[in-house]
Design a protein around this ligand. Structure first.
Ligand code: AHR
Length: 508
């Protein structure tokens, strides 16, 4: 029988702005994430502009990618930026020490990254090397990128083909310093962050926004220690009562990956899974809400004004790669990934007061991708369609939502059957995005709009035949969203959500 649900959107209540950067991306030198996925080189038969493939650029422009974090990940703390500038033929052939000791040609470096950002219209989030680098190396990189042309670093940049300084609005101060980025304790990292923060700055454009390394998953002690010791220049008042009030950090990160269960060493397959794999992954995604609430509650104690953002700068579904995967951490995408993305993004939207950036791991050919490439071919994933459907939330005002819905129950898993977030854009249009987690049952949803006058409603839905329907290079895309019937009357909207689906509703 069809399930029945009710929701209420508080249109008049208003809420925080959904930072467009919640729809941000992460790209690392890993597998074919950069080489082939973005960079094919100017001499490639694959259509490109200055070596950057045009099909990928066009796809990313369409979903309005706002910001990209680069060059890692674990790669960042072994990256030395000077290897990646200068004449293409003269760059050292390096070794990717983070990922399989594979060759690193350095063909894609700072200039190519900035060119790529320019082509898609996204902002830079550059992670500097704290683990194996130095304050001097990181500062030199920022000078190289942002100093005016009449300075020595600006002249060097100009000699390499880019006279004007670039804008670097976001700077990651290390990556996973508790693990691959340095095996540090929270106290050691807090001291290192303070040290770097004293020297890292931009030399033109917007002031540097530093993002400190935050917790892995539920490491609340890390958040506590780093907030206590590194948020402010002077965390404790002096005997005469002097304090400082300007946060050293713009944001604190959080890394959280979804797999089928809670075991890093048994993540489950990414294709060919059954309902156990479906339910276990969705249960883990649901933890995102608890993680944000608990990390944010700690941040609230040090930063009640919510000046410091929680930046979920690595998130996504990470399953076991198939043995014949064409590159490291390459995953084929299925309908389950669309649900993972939809639920995660709804949760970020609902926490827009504190979550002001998030970066999907990783944009191309790695883990939960937006696009996949195979030589000259490119396909967009179900996750891509979700980002496309959800882009209407970028920069909109988040609205409170309440929902009454039957639970989706499978084995030990019990979750609210549907998951929603809502926003109102600058033109006054209302958007509600809805995930129906139930793999078998449709859900008739009635949404009461508390306030506003509405005269038109429409919806698009993404679903597929099976929970593990996958994207392939040789068949038509089975995930293209299609129109869904909506009934609007007075302040109420009614629609029937297919099982295992993601819907975007627009009301104006
Ligand atoms: O995204 C893959 C890896 O996951 C990143 O390099 C690292 O930061 C995290 O552990």
């Amino acid at each position: 029988a069809m399930l029945q649900s009710r929701a209420r959107v508080s249109v008049e209540a208003g809420g925080p702005t959904i930072d467009p950067n919640i729809y941000g991306q992460f790209v690392e030198h890993l597998g074919r994430g950069v080489y082939e996925g973005i960079w094919v080189g100017p001499d490639s038969p694959i259509p490109n502009v200055r070596g950057i493939r045009s099909d990928v650029v066009a796809a990313l422009r369409r979903v309005r990618v706002p910001v990209i974090r680069w060059p890692g990940g674990c790669f960042a703390d072994g990256y030395h930026w000077r290897d990646g500038i200068g004449a293409a033929g003269k760059r050292p052939r390096g070794i990717n020490s983070a990922w399989g000791r594979t060759p690193e040609t350095n063909a894609f470096g700072t200039h190519e990254f900035m060119d790529f950002l320019g082509q898609i219209g996204a902002s830079a989030f550059v992670s500097v090397n704290l683990g194996s680098g130095s304050v001097r190396e990181a500062d030199d990189w920022l000078r190289y990128m942002t100093a005016p042309q009449d300075s020595a670093p600006g002249q060097e940049r100009a000699a390499n083909g880019h006279p004007a300084p670039w804008q670097v609005p976001y700077i990651g101060v290390g990556n996973e310093s508790w693990g691959c980025g340095g095996n540090m304790s929270a106290d050691t990292y807090a001291a290192a962050f303070r040290h770097y923060a004293a020297f890292l700055r931009t030399y033109s454009g917007p002031r540097a926004r530093l993002i400190a390394v935050g917790a892995d998953t539920d490491d609340y002690a890390w958040t506590e220690r780093v907030m206590a010791q590194a948020m402010l220049w002077r965390p404790e008042p002096t005997p005469l009562g002097l304090t400082s009030d300007t946060p050293l950090m713009w944001g604190l990160s959080l890394h959280f990956y979804t797999f089928a269960g809670n075991d890093w060493h048994a993540k489950g397959r990414n294709v060919g899974f059954d309902e156990n794999g479906w339910a276990a992954a969705l249960a883990r995604v649901a933890l995102t809400d608890e993680l944000i609430r608990r990390h944010a509650a700690i941040m609230d104690r040090y930063d009640p004004g919510k000046r410091v953002a929680l930046a979920v700068d690595e998130w996504g579904g990470w399953f076991e790669s198939e043995k014949d995967a064409p590159s490291q951490l390459y995953l084929e995408s299925t309908l389950r990934d669309a649900l993972i993305a939809a639920k995660s993004l709804n949760i970020f939207n609902r926490h827009a007061d504190r979550v002001r950036m998030a970066n999907l791991a990783q944009m191309v050919n790695v883990i939960q991708s937006l696009v996949l490439t195979r030589g000259s071919a490119m396909v967009v994933t179900p996750t891509y369609h979700v980002f496309d459907m959800y882009k209407v939330h970028q920069g909109a005002e988040a609205l409170p939502v309440q929902v009454e819905t039957p639970d989706y129950v499978h084995g030990d898993v019990r979750l609210a059957g549907i998951d929603l977030s809502a926003s109102r854009d600058s033109a006054g249009k209302l958007h509600v995005t809805i995930a129906n987690l139930d793999p078998a049952r449709a859900n008739r949803l009635r949404i009461h709009l508390d306030g506003g006058r509405w005269h038109r409603a429409g919806a698009q839905v993404l679903t597929a035949d099976a929970i593990d329907t996958r994207i392939t290079f040789d068949k038509a895309d089975p995930f293209v969203p299609r129109p869904l019937a909506v009934h609007l009357s007075g302040g109420e909207v009614e629609l029937v959500l297919p099982s295992k689906s993601v819907t975007v509703l627009e009301v104006e």
